[in-house]
Design a protein around this ligand. Structure first.
Ligand code: NAD
Length: 253
């Protein structure tokens, strides 16, 4: 056995794009990747959010740049990425669904306009970003793609989230197909399916939700950043096509 001392996950020669990284989970993922040496493009629909997180990462000694664009707009994705170094690591984190979860309504009562946004952001946005980065990854013979999903992508978790479930579940299948197509080129593709995060609620409701989780707390951005660091590392090159549930033990399916 040989023993060496140093960073376990050295991402210092990698450029990462984290979408929807202007707050909460995405900001945590961006900060975790930067902490291991990656140069991180902080994307958000709201450029001021992206700029604020990029400033925070830089102030903490990391390397980051803001990249404000809408992941549902393929032209905008391509135009912005042309300004930056090739992307080695893509984390598809941009998503929505919160509003639907606050407004319980069965799918049978929804109008078509109500499923446009959950499908556009959670599914089309993922396809757009992957399409913009996959060929350079294949040519380089190395790449890492993670899509942030939800327990709602594989299980019924409540009334009102059916379109969100469709978007998140579509992402799971997309990652599996991508994994199969690109494993031979050194590109891995995995999903991380989150349980309830600590920005979901507040006050007494947080405590109520936490009681239903085996670990007895909601998830934090740092919980998700840690698994992402591992999945994008060299050491995780044999993990592809998987869905990793990170949820305090909530979902066993
Ligand atoms: N919060 C939870 O409990 C929870 C649970 C399961 C899964 N998830 C998933 O985790 C991810 C992050 O969740 P969060 O709670 O941090 O979300 P959030 O709503 O707090 O932040 C999402 C960010 O994405 C940005 N965004 C939205 N649409 C975009 C677009 N079209 N292009 C670029 N950026 C866009 C928003 O401006 C926002 O800053 C999402 O994919 C979400 O579906 C969250």
């Amino acid at each position: 056995m040989s023993v060496s001392v140093g960073w376990m996950f050295d991402l210092s020669d990698k450029t990462a794009l984290v979408t929807g990284a202007g707050q909460n989970v995405g900001a945590g993922i961006a900060s975790a990747l930067a902490s291991q040496g990656a140069h991180v493009l902080i994307n958000d629909l709201l450029p001021e959010r992206a700029a604020e997180v990029a400033d925070q990462v830089s102030a903490a000694g990391g390397s980051a740049a803001p990249a404000g664009f809408d992941v549902t707009d393929l032209d905008a994705v391509q135009a912005e990425l042309a300004k930056h170094p090739p992307i080695n690591i893509l984390v598809n984190n941009a998503g929505n669904g919160g509003a639907e979860q606050m407004r319980p309504k069965p799918f049978r009562e929804m109008e078509p306009a109500e499923w446009d946004s959950p499908i556009e952001v959670n599914l089309r946005g993922v396809l757009n970003c992957v399409h913009a980065v996959i060929n350079p990854m294949v040519e380089a013979g190395w790449g890492r793609i993670i899509t942030i999903s939800s327990g709602a992508g594989s299980a019924g978790v409540g009334i009102g989230v059916a379109p969100y479930s469709a978007g998140k579940g579509g992402g799971l299948g997309f990652m599996r197909s991508l994994a199969l197509e690109n494993a031979q080129f050194g590109v891995t593709a995995n999903s991380v399916a989150l349980g309830l995060m600590d920005n979901t609620a507040g006050g007494d409701y947080t405590e109520h939700l936490a009681r239903g989780i085996p670990v007895k707390r909601l998830g934090t951005p740092a919980d998700i950043g840690a698994i992402c660091v591992y999945l994008v590392s060299e050491e995780a090159s044999w993990i592809t096509g998987q869905t990793i549930n990170v949820n305090g033990g909530s979902i066993t399916s």
